[in-house]
Design a protein around this ligand. Structure first.
Ligand code: ZN
Length: 312
């Protein structure tokens, strides 16, 4: 999820920063590119679920509980084994312990009992070395924790996030852990969006050139935050939006993240609000399932990759 020093958040809260305006957009055109790929059915890998206050995910007082998930998603297409995000890893608890106090204060102990990516993949019948690609929605620590457990995967990320990672001088900054990318530079593919507009967003990229996965820039949470349209074999396509919203209320109502949470986690609140406006218009059109990384209510129709509870 996260972000910038708590002092910044506290300052923003004390000053009572205004809620960013979420623009209203007309229904976007919903022309989907033709798909010419092998059979594809996504499933969800759940590293951890913890109770959280829904007011953090959707602005408003006393909204009640939120069962917050930490997730990755698997797309199998013949020999291609693709992950959307690399969630949490075996080293995540140690990574958090090594972080400075403000980072630990922000992320808490939430990730401590998580099941690491490699272990979770094996429970799903996938060897980590089989994973061919990881498509990152953004570079935050809870989406990159398992990258080093995948020895062969190409890592696809928007150029803006890749450059922010290159420029990161501190081990912990802007919600990212530099160590998660250590030794992986040669396997990072820096993505430019050279395709036509999609769903009201400015551009797109056909990731594999076969129409199966289309990347769309949905900036704000991070400069290079990216969503992925996945056209499965049947039913509506899936639109994996990462942390553009943490909970479904974000794009349904629409409403920003909680004031403190947004100040800590969103790189650019106005840009995040603009992205939410587009996502709300897409949701209202009803042509795709919008899936957030942290709200399992948005993927109830997706099978879980591991049947039953994952084993820590
Ligand atoms: Zn996150």
């Amino acid at each position: 999820m996260y972000a910038r020093p708590l002092a910044l958040a506290a300052t923003a809260a004390l000053l009572g920063s205004c809620a960013p305006h979420i623009p209203q957009y007309a229904a976007p055109a919903a022309d989907l590119p033709a798909r010419r790929s092998p059979a594809l059915q996504p499933c969800a890998l759940v590293h951890l679920e913890v109770d959280e206050d829904l007011s953090n995910g959707a602005r408003g007082w006393f909204r009640g509980p939120w069962r917050q998930a930490y997730s990755s998603f698997v797309l199998r297409q013949g020999d291609r084994v693709v992950l959307i995000d690399a969630g949490l890893g075996e080293t995540t608890p140690a990574d958090v312990d090594a972080a400075p106090w403000w980072f630990r204060l922000a992320v808490g102990n939430a990730a401590r009992p998580a099941v690491g990516l490699a272990k979770l993949l094996k429970q799903a019948g996938i060897r980590p070395e089989q994973v061919t690609h990881v498509l990152l929605t953004h570079r935050h620590w809870d989406h990159t924790g398992g990258l080093r457990e995948l020895p062969n995967a190409r890592i696809v990320m928007a150029r803006a996030d890749a450059e922010a990672t290159d420029a990161q001088s501190s081990p912990f900054a802007d919600g990212a852990m530099r160590g998660h990318f250590q030794g992986l530079q040669a396997r990072i593919d820096r993505m430019d969006f050279d395709g036509p507009p999609l769903f009201g967003f400015a551009a797109s990229r056909d990731v594999f050139g076969d129409g199966s996965v289309i990347a769309v820039p949905t900036p704000g949470h991070t400069p290079g935050a990216t969503s992925y349209l996945v056209q499965a074999d049947a039913g509506k396509p899936w639109f994996f939006i990462g942390d553009a919203a943490w909970v479904k209320e974000g794009f349904e109502e629409p409403v920003p993240k909680g004031r403190l949470a947004s100040a800590v986690a969103d790189f650019d609140a106005d840009q995040t609000a603009d992205t939410l406006g587009h996502l709300h218009a897409l949701h209202a059109l009803g042509v795709a399932h919008l899936v957030t990384a942290h709200d399992a209510r948005t993927w109830v129709q997706l099978p879980r990759c591991v049947s039953g509870a994952a084993t820590p």
